[in-house]
Design a protein around this ligand. Sequence first.
Ligand code: NAP
Length: 504
Amino acid sequence: MNLTGATLLRGRWTPGTGPAFHAVDPATGAALPGAFHDSGPEQVEDACLAASQAAPAYRALPREVRAQFLEAVADEIDALGDSLTERVVAETALSPARATGERGRTIGQLRLFAGVVRDGDFLGRRHDPALPDRAPLPRSDLRLVHVPVGPVAVFGASNFPLAFSVAGGDTASALAAGCPVIVKAHPAHPGVSELVAGAVQRAAEKSGVPEGVFALVHGGAEVGQALVADPRVRAVGFTGSRRAGLALVHAAQGRDVPVPVYAEMSSVNPVVILPGALETPSQLAAEYAESLTKDAGQYCTNPGLVFVPEGAAGDQFVTSSVRALSEVPPQAMLTTAIAEACAVGVDAWREIDGVEALTTGSLTGASATPSLVSTDLEVFRREADLSAEVFGPAGLVVRYPSVDVLLEALAEIEGQLTATVHGAESDHDTARLLLDVLEDRAGRLLWGGWPTGVEVASAMVHGGPWPATSAPATTSVGTLAIARFLRPVSYQNVPEELLPVELR
Ligand code: NAP
């Protein structure tokens, strides 16, 4: 595998003019082969210029060509085979099975969007025919279509090196909408980013997609800020921390021409366990422990917050959870910084008066063992820090005395990606009240099961009220994600031959 470490600009690999860096294997701390360079400011600017120059030709391509391009990207990623998954494992410490699964999801996502493009429903075409004889005023002929917004900047996510990075959901939906894409690679997996960007580039050449429709830049916050500030960028897709997401939102709003930032930031994904679900507490606890620690808990949908009824059955669930978590071996996290942030978050929980540490939880290098802490509803409502996301294998159990008080607490929680209710038929009356409250707080509601694992489908919502995302009316997973990169245009009384092809 030959990695250039370069920037992909106007269809060519061009040496980055910024500082050099290496990828690191988080499992060992060792530098990995390949010397990378940050992209220089002039290269970031040129990537944005090239994208805006390519935008008119790209949006004018027949939809079938766009669909074939997305399928070709999928084929090229598939063809990378083990060299891609091996590099994913080396740069992220995720398991080979996870890397292979994520590659499949990424390919499937691209093919799904190819189908969306062919199908054409996303154009949302509407027609109000003219009513020349309407009194007191005639009505004009009105035809509506959705058009691409223009160049989109995409930030690769650390925790999804394939499915939410270079050719992941944001890129697939933006390209499907007809928008050029400039990706900022996540600095934690630059080699994977280069391999996937090469696949996109080869697909673009084979499909006759204009040069400049896709670019890959490397760098940290400075490069990210430059991208968002560039006047040619019309929208931003981001998955990561609240701190970085908010910085991008502020940067985009501070521009002469503000643009939307679709940031998916932080969520603790509350799970409510109702009494009827506690018939087999140890089984439920085993499932909880598995979901909380899957891939070292590095999911935005991780069940970080579980509400458990006070009493003996709830006690048994907690004891069984501690036992199940104690059997989970140390897992290397994505980066040392992410592992340290997790440890700091857990320490902050433990220092709060009224919080009990149920497991010791440890950190060696980037490797962490699970942490579980417990408190009551009163302390939870009093201490805002207990609602903050601690990204990693860390969970907070909150014991509640009654559903009435729990409902009050749930109405106060921050916006979430998901909310889950576990119960039996005997809990249905209570559950209905809970779901009403939770619908206002989350983008996806689950009855039973665990929120990790997000299906890429047409009825999926991976979004939610602030601060889960910066744009609660949208989703970043599923076919509806394309809507983020489209805008409606109405044509009034425009003669047939002058209408865009899609409206004729
Ligand atoms: P991050 O710090 O949010 O960084 C994401 C990307 O944004 C990186 O490319 C980063 O570059 C860039 N960036 C950071 N600050 C920026 C700024 N002020 N302006 C412009 N760009 C900026 O996320 P991360 O590196 O993946 O992990 C850090 C923490 O984020 C985790 O500990 C976790 O708490 C959270 N996280 C949450 C989710 C989720 O889905 N909820 C997913 C991943 C991470 P640099 O790396 O060079 O700073």
